[in-house]
Design a protein around this ligand. Structure first.
Ligand SMILES: Nc1ncnc2c1ncn2[C@@H]1O[C@H](COP(=O)(O)OP(=O)(O)OP(=O)(O)O)[C@@H](O)[C@H]1O
Ligand SMILES: [Mg+2]
Length: 385
């Protein structure tokens, strides 16, 4: 069986930004692959490329063995996508939303009814299905959005930050739903900013940053790497940083990393306390005065920091971490892109339904489709009707 996703040297530029910068990624069939990375790492860009909503500037991309650049339509037939922002229609009930999607997929009435019943049952949405979506909680909306991506019975499900912003309980419920899908043979590529999510769901985790793969492995392997002790030094004089780095390089197991802003340099070590002692002696011999030196075990977050040079973004979008603030500038744009993603795919799949709808202007579904599409294309904020 070919890998479900095979990306080689993918490049996507937005002006000077390289959202994908030679990304290589192979995801095998049969389990969840998690794409982990901070804001702006290129996660959504990659998912959009796999979903054929965006054409890379260079590189090769195969999805389920199909050349995604040459045959995007065939790829769309085997994938389902739940974008970074739930794109469900608030003025319709859950069931109506699923019916809309089923129509967009061109399912006949009987098949649609069956598929919708399956989805409602699978995602435990039965009770809520006849309520307007605008009354749904965030978790329920996400679940419905996931449901919408399942109506077409995809072989590969793309989930872009499926649980960002959800409370722990809703997050767990969604995880269970995703596990069930995988048990039933659906391949899943999910993006996340949460190590725990990757740990819970994925057999393989690919860490990306600045459009490139930084590290990859099973959660256990990444944890092992994370488990390594770290010696960290803050010299009193910033001018001593290079010398301190040299010392750490001689005791560590990797190239030391340095943060100029906080004047710290640190390195992963194997020898624990003995290595710390050796570092202290050498720093002393070289006459480097210290503000701080310590041995610590990195948390998973710190392991991520060590790999990407920046923290996993805070789950709270309102916090004023500069990285998140930078991302906030592009929120409107991202939102538009994400919204167009989901709907764009549906629309592309089903031009013929639209044609039918245009012929029968009273067709409610068709009108909804056109209004949703128009709204999405112009990136207006969601409003009830
Ligand atoms: N349509 C666009 N126009 C211009 N720049 C873009 C566009 N889409 C993405 N970018 C830029 O490309 C980079 C990667 O963005 P992308 O949305 O793929 O990141 P991400 O990993 O999904 O981030 P987040 O966690 O915030 O969703 C960022 O620097 C982003 O600002
Ligand atoms: Mg994103």
């Amino acid at each position: 069986m070919p890998p479900i996703i095979e990306a080689r040297g993918l490049i996507k530029r937005y002006g000077k930004v390289r959202a994908l910068d030679g990304l290589d990624l192979v995801a095998e069939s049969g389990h969840v692959t998690a794409l982990l990375g901070p804001n702006g790492a290129g996660k959504t860009t990659f998912v959009s490329a796999v979903a054929t909503l965006l054409r890379p500037d260079a590189g090769a991309l195969r999805v389920a063995g199909i050349d995604a650049l040459a045959e995007p339509r065939r790829v769309r037939r085997v994938i389902g996508l739940a974008g970074q922002f739930a794109s469900v229609e608030p003025a319709m009930t859950g069931r109506e939303n699923l019916e809309l999607v089923a129509r967009l997929f061109g399912l006949d009435r009987r098949t649609a009814r069956k598929a919708i019943a399956e989805v409602l049952d699978r995602l435990d949405l039965g009770e809520a299905s006849d309520r307007l979506v605008r009354t749904y909680s965030g978790g329920l909306r996400r679940r419905l959005d996931l449901g919408a991506s399942l109506v077409g019975r995809p072989q590969l499900l793309l989930l872009d930050e499926p649980t960002t912003g959800l409370d722990p309980r809703s997050r767990r419920e969604l995880w269970d739903a995703i596990r069930d899908l995988v048990a039933d043979g659906v391949d899943v590529l999910l993006t996340t900013q949460y190590l725990e999510e990757a740990d819970q769901l994925a057999r393989r985790v690919v860490i990306i940053d600045h459009g490139k793969v930084v590290d990859a492995g099973t959660p256990a392997e990444l944890k092992d790497r994370a488990g390594r002790d770290v010696v960290e030094v803050r010299p009193r004089a910033a001018g001593d940083l290079p010398a301190a780095e040299e010392v750490l390089a001689s005791v560590g197991t990797e190239t030391p990393r340095t943060d100029l802003d906080t004047q710290r340099t640190w390195v992963g070590v194997d020898g624990g306390a003995d290595t710390l002692t050796a570092a202290v002696q050498q720093l002393h011999q070289r006459g480097i005065a210290l503000d701080d030196i310590g041995l610590r075990r990195p948390s998973l977050d710190e392991a991520f920091l060590a790999l990407t040079g920046q923290p996993v973004a805070s789950p709270d979008p309102d916090d004023d971490d500069p990285h998140t603030a930078k991302a906030a500038d592009t929120t409107v744009l991202d939102d538009a892109v994400a919204r167009q993603d989901t709907i764009g795919m549906l629309v592309a799949q089903i031009r013929r339904v639209r044609l039918r709808a245009t012929r029968r202007r009273t067709d409610l579904v068709g009108q909804r489709l056109l209004s949703i599409r128009r709204r999405l294309l112009f990136a207006m904020p969601t409003t009830g009707e």
